[in-house]
Write a protein that binds this ligand. Sequence first.
Ligand code: NAD
Ligand code: DAU
Length: 374
Amino acid sequence: MKNIIITGGAGFIGSHVVRLFVNKYPNYKIINLDKLTYAGNLANLKDIEDKPNYKFVRMDICDLDGVLKLMQDEQVDGIIHLAAESHVDRSIKDPFTFAQTNVMGTLSLLQAAKAYWNGEWEGKRFYHISTDEVYGALEMTHPDGIEPPFTTKASSGKHHLAYGEKFFTEDLKYQPHSPYSAAKASSDHFVRAFHDTFGMPTIVTNCSNNYGPYQFPEKLIPLFINNIRHRKPLPVYGKGENVRDWLYVEDHARAIDLIFHEGKIAETYNIGGFNEWKNIDIIKVVINTVDRLLGRKEGEDMDLITYVTDRAGHDMRYAIDSSKLQRELGWEPSLQFEEGIEKTVRWYLDNQEWMDNVTSGDYQKYYDDMYQGR
Ligand code: NAD
Ligand code: DAU
């Protein structure tokens, strides 16, 4: 029996993690602790909200006393921490909110867990979900003059396409560039400090770009799917040459489950898909897929592509080396990108009501309608 708090469970990745744990572990009690900022949407969890092993608590992770009381009341032995401000563009406009939630919020959670567990660490776990962006940006290099992408072999032995020779490994020094990644980096340091100073059983993982259902449509893939559907311009930052490593969100959730249960205390694991794409190439795949699924002529919406001013400090390339996780815990991404993107586009087109509720703001009434007075 385990009582686990999952923070940020009403967000994109968190909702997939909550769903996986609630369905897979009927003997666990899963407490979704979420403040419901603009990014939190309880409709993401409609299908499991009535399960007996699930509970939602609206709370700010910065509320140390509230979290401590919740841990005492629910006898919590594990925390999986996803709550964060997550959008780079917002962090450029409003860095304070990112410091408050990502740094101070994480520190509050750590302090609450330290106070409640009180040095009895046996069977306890504080698992912090972080990002590959803390490592900074990689260069697009050309080995032996070969133009990227070129085929390369990971230390796991697998071949994959890459846009450069270097990858993010767990031992790299942190070099965050955006206020978002600076705040995430700081929170990662606090988590490790609580292990090193107090002996708290912590784990940190750093994952690449996720895609899939329930992602807030400020992020590239859902924003563009919705814009293509409504034939609105697609704002491509800079030249669209930046490279990201994409992972289907359910593969991330599976990795989190595995690492929570079998990962080594005080370790860091990188999670990624060995799946690098230039933004402009991914955008073309998304346009073709939406057009095809809507019965339009494939590619007819290419003229929606609109090059706009680049994001300030825009990191050129992210590429995770997830060999350690593959080697030590046997995790692998389950979906090929072509399959994952088809599934994702189909989901957004089939769930237009979800998208309309988000873009109209109606999703924010879900809590009042469904939870007030419960
Ligand atoms: P998201 O923005 O979709 O969701 C964040 C959730 O946190 C929301 O439900 C929001 O209401 C909640 N939240 C925000 N501030 C809070 C607070 N003060 N107290 C309680 N809850 C609060 O984020 P996401 O994309 O699902 O990312 C989840 C985590 O994974 C983040 O920590 C992010 O840094 C990390 N991550 C994301 C990606 C990605 O591609 N999206 C990749 C790697 C790591
Ligand atoms: O790498 C992991 C990170 O991935 C997570 O830590 C972040 O929480 C998550 O938001 C994501 O960050 P990115 O900045 O990479 O994701 P985003 O979807 O905002 O942008 C993906 C790429 O597309 C990036 O190079 C910027 C570009 N872009 C984005 C938007 C929203 C555009 O060209 N146009 C856009 O309108």
